[in-house]
Design a binder for this molecule. Structure first.
Ligand SMILES: [Zn+2]
Length: 398
């Protein structure tokens, strides 16, 4: 598959005949609308077809009454370079994940690079290189926000300023490097925040040999912006500690696929009980020892809804608008001015659910019928999901 040309414009795109429009906004997850208009990658109108200017479109997509949802955002991935992961010696995992509805991925550190530098000059150089490389290269069109340095002992405030000035916006998981004490982590997290760099902390037991335990006290003291994989990656903290983190911290509650499923459900339900569902965001934490999961985000949504009893339309918001707001992205919501990143879905063929949302609430994953990034069609019927009952049809004027 061809890789996206960064900066390619889609012209005017009209998406009509949408059967169910999921907004991504957890306060208002379903929109009373059937049409979206896009110009050069940005949404310019959302509403009923009669109220929208649909004339002179370059591309018209007949959604054929399927569901339109903001493209899914994976809040926690470990890319390295290109569409390659050395962890499982696999090629094409990012483009394959696009077939699972993911349009944006956020790096939690390029930690699987063989020979990853751990000296301060080297780790800064790697972060800046990864940020630049993925800014210039989008496998399958997916926006990979990378360049997430793993902090090490000895870093000083000017290192964070220099990283920020060089375009680095993220820290890799705090705790994967030599900084494991709460106080030391808190100092560096505060420096990062001061310069506009967002931080994520590893939570729970070691993921692979060489990583370590980060317990609830360290998570609370470090006060990173994201409580990374609160359900462990894979080994979780005791459930009562996870619930305490939800309660005592105000930071984002990140739940991942490559974590403990039982604790995933407990964390999401605790957030709902605490009346802060807007804090819940989803990731895969892939590639990892568990492999790569092209359908990982859809599987998380089906898990939380099917086993966790969370309404499906709300679970989709965890992976779209919630993540976009917390990560300060211009995607994740269907509203005017946002990036035209979408996944079209329908109930999978032969699911017991009569509608898409009912099928997800029963634990089935939906079929993806099309993915669009910046208003450009990146795939039609997914090669990875169960087949969607109905799929959209795109027609482009020449
Ligand atoms: Zn981790």
């Amino acid at each position: 598959m061809a890789d996206a040309i960064v900066g390619e414009k889609c012209g005017k795109v009209v998406i009509r005949n949408v059967g169910l429009m999921l907004s991504g906004d957890i306060d208002h997850p379903i929109l009373d609308a059937d049409t979206v208009v896009v110009v050069d990658g940005l949404i310019t109108a959302v509403g009923k077809e009669v109220d929208c200017d649909i004339a002179d479109a370059k591309t018209v997509v007949d959604a054929r009454r399927t569901c339109l949802c903001p493209g899914l955002i994976d809040s926690h991935v470990h890319p390295v370079f290109g569409d390659w992961t050395p962890r499982q010696s696999q090629l094409g995992w990012i483009e394959s994940t696009m077939h699972g509805g993911v349009t944006t991925m956020i790096s939690a550190g390029e930690v699987h690079l063989p020979g990853r530098p751990k000296d301060i000059v080297g780790l800064k150089a790697l972060a800046i290189t990864a940020q630049r490389a993925f800014d210039n290269f989008r496998p399958g069109g997916v926006k990979v926000l990378a360049g997430a340095p793993v902090i090490e002992k000895g870093m000083v405030e000017s290192d964070f300023r220099e990283l920020a000035e060089s375009g680095v916006r993220l820290l890799g998981e705090v705790g994967l490097g030599s900084v494991k004490a709460g106080e030391e982590a808190a100092t560096m997290v505060a420096w990062a925040r001061k310069y506009g760099i967002q931080s994520t902390i590893h939570t729970g037991g070691p993921s692979i040999p060489g990583s370590g335990l980060i317990d609830k006290d360290v998570v609370l003291e470090a006060d990173a912006d994201i409580i990374g994989h609160i359900n462990g990656g894979h080994t979780a903290l005791p459930e009562r500690d996870v619930c305490e983190l939800c309660e005592r911290s105000t930071r984002a509650i990140e739940i991942v696929h490559n974590g403990n499923e039982r604790v995933a459900i407990a964390a999401a339900r605790t957030a709902l009980e605490l009346k802060c569902p807007h804090r819940v965001i989803l990731g895969t934490d892939g590639p990892a020892g568990s492999g790569v999961q092209p359908l990982g985000i859809l599987r998380m949504i089906a898990l939380l809804s099917g086993l966790g009893g969370i309404p499906a339309e709300m679970a989709f918001c965890f992976a779209t608008g919630n993540t976009a707001k917390i990560r300060q992205l211009n995607s994740g919501l269907i509203e005017v001015g946002r990036d035209a990143d979408f996944v079209f879905m329908d109930r999978a063929q032969h699911t017991a659910g009569r509608t898409l949302l009912e099928s997800v609430a029963l634990g089935d994953i939906p079929g993806v019928g099309m993915v669009m990034i910046d208003g450009l069609v990146r795939c039609g019927r997914s090669r990875n999901t169960p087949p969607s009952t109905e799929i959209p049809v795109a027609a482009t004027a020449h």
